[in-house]
Design a protein. Structure first.
Length: 294
């Protein structure tokens, strides 16, 4: 018997969205945590591992492949493929817990008062929960009524824009951020490159205050002021890696400006220039970025 059939009260239909690239180690567990939804859209960025094969093995999965222009573009496109009333958005390294499932189903069954809801994330780093370092406040808008929310045109760190308030649900999802350091360092370098490209596109500059000041501040903010020190060795490594990512983003931008003055332009990632991807909410309804995170 499915999780849906066990639930006694009717609720609006829910479509889950999962974006992927080479997630064979994560995708099955993610999908299985979402099988209570009415359908699951997996939007893959042409993985070269077994992600497509694993995803297509589930009857509830609608599988798509699309060029990756960034998380915001991918998720906006995926939301446009949905016809159900409600949309639940997950990344492949995230899991919907049974407690969160029950809370969402009960909320939808009794009639939601809002059109968007924020979900807290419990973050795991090398199999240890990161309790501090700023991640104790990590939360993202991920449950939305179809047509009521949109991501802005940013390659990275795009905050969902909603028409109204997005209250925080009680129960968190689980976010398995990194199983190995080499995997996580590669991810930091990728996101730093994308962040530098976003800043270049926005014509931002970089100098001493950005390269040195922002990097040092990122470490002291997360390790001291946001109590990363209480996470022990995991906290030290984690906070230093966050600072490293900040350093890479701004030093890349600095280097690109140096080279552009010499006639050597940077090789940027591709951006989604399709206006339909970025169509916003009606001007009268447009709200604010409701939470931070991808």
């Amino acid at each position: 018997m499915s999780a849906r059939s066990k639930f006694r009260s009717p609720r609006p239909a829910v479509s889950a969205i999962v974006t992927t690239f080479n997630e064979e180690a994560n995708i099955a567990a993610c999908i299985e945590s979402l099988l209570w939804c009415d359908e699951i859209l997996v939007v893959d960025s042409f993985s070269t591992d077994r992600t497509p094969e694993i995803s297509r093995g589930y009857d509830q999965v609608r599988f798509f492949q699309r060029t990756y222009f960034g998380s915001a573009s991918q998720k906006n496109w995926a939301m446009d493929q949905v016809t159900n009333d409600w949309i639940l958005i997950f990344d492949a390294d995230e899991r919907c817990t049974p407690a969160l499932q029950r809370e969402i189903e009960e909320l939808l069954a009794r009639g939601p008062e809002q059109e968007a809801y924020t979900i807290k994330r419990r973050v795991y780093f090398l199999d240890r929960v990161i309790r501090f370092s700023g991640w104790q406040h990590d939360q993202v808008v991920r449950l939305v009524r179809n047509g009521s929310a949109r991501y802005p045109n940013r390659r990275v760190h795009a905050d969902m824009i909603t028409r109204g308030p997005a209250p925080v649900l009680r129960n968190p999802m689980e976010h398995y951020m990194a199983d190995t350091l080499d995997e996580y360092i590669r991810r930091i370098e990728k996101y730093s490159f994308w962040g530098a490209a976003q800043n270049w596109k926005e014509r931002k500059r970089s100098g001493f205050l950005e390269v040195f000041g922002r990097s040092i501040w990122r470490f002291f903010r997360t390790y001291i002021f946001q109590l990363g020190i209480l996470d022990g060795m995991h906290g030290l490594v984690f906070c230093m890696l966050q600072s490293y990512g900040t350093y890479l983003k701004w030093v890349l931008l600095w280097g690109w400006h140096i080279n552009s003055a010499r006639g050597r332009m940077p090789s940027l990632p591709i951006f989604d220039d399709n206006e339909e991807t970025w169509r916003g909410l009606d001007d009268d309804d447009a709200g604010r970025p409701a939470a931070s995170g991808e």
